[in-house]
Design a protein around this ligand. Structure first.
Ligand code: TYD
Length: 208
């Protein structure tokens, strides 16, 4: 075991991860901990270059899966593992559950192949906690339409996002000890109270 803490934040586009990631950073920083907030695909120069391709170029599902895992491998080796070894709290804006949800659920790509890639790339590394911001697909679409132009994933229809949600639900059911489902339909202050309660229950003793 390393000394750090690896927390990931997941959910469909528009579920409201970003706001709460900043609050999470604050919770740990205020208590004197070094915090690294990072995102996937991305987090290193190479992985950010791969992100641009994945988000904007047409490609088949296997190519997409290989690129997100290639980005993840670089990110793990260059940034996440060294930070955890140094005792840092690493907060990941998406990680492998997004691959199972988007490429597996959304695109219908083989979960067996994804599990093989996960094993190769992560060598057993998993987050200690994954916060899944669960929001119905139609509500997330309404929120997205209000704020930004869509990328390759965000332009998908509601049925795609319903499959992504099912993908997250399956991962959550398979690894219940790691997952916490957050009801993201509520107003931001109430969503944050749910997140804070989870963090205090799980890490209050050791990190509070
Ligand atoms: P996102 O993290 O939502 O960033 P932003 O808020 O800047 O749009 O966007 C990343 C997109 O990439 C999102 O639509 C999900 C997708 N994605 C995958 O399809 N597979 C993956 O493994 C990851 C990490 C992300």
């Amino acid at each position: 075991m390393t000394g750090g803490l690896f927390i990931t934040v997941e959910g469909i586009d528009g579920a409201g991860k970003s706001t709460h990631i900043e609050s999470l950073r604050g919770w740990f920083a205020q208590r004197g901990h070094a915090v690294l907030v990072t995102r996937e695909p991305g987090g290193t120069e190479l992985a950010e270059a791969l992100r641009e391709l994945v988000l904007h170029r047409p490609m088949d599902a296997l190519t997409e899966a290989l690129l997100v895992f290639a980005a993840r491998r670089d990110h793990l080796v260059q940034r996440i593992e060294p930070a955890l070894a140094a005792g840092t709290v690493v907060i990941g804006d998406r990680f492998t559950d997004a691959t199972f949800a988007y490429q597996g659920g959304g695109r219908g790509f083989s979960l067996e192949v994804l599990a093989t890639l996960e094993g190769w790339v992560q060598q057993g590394r998993q987050p200690q906690l994954t916060l899944w911001f669960d929001l119905p697909a139609d509500e997330a679409a309404r929120r997205r339409a209000a704020v930004r132009a869509p990328d390759r994933f965000e332009s998908q229809d509601v049925a795609f996002f319903e499959r992504v949600i099912a993908g997250y639900a399956a991962r959550c059911a398979a690894m219940p000890e790691r997952f916490e489902r957050i009801d993201a339909r509520a107003e931001p202050a109430s969503v944050w109270r749910q997140v804070q309660a989870v963090i205090e229950r799980r890490f209050g003793a050791a990190w509070g």
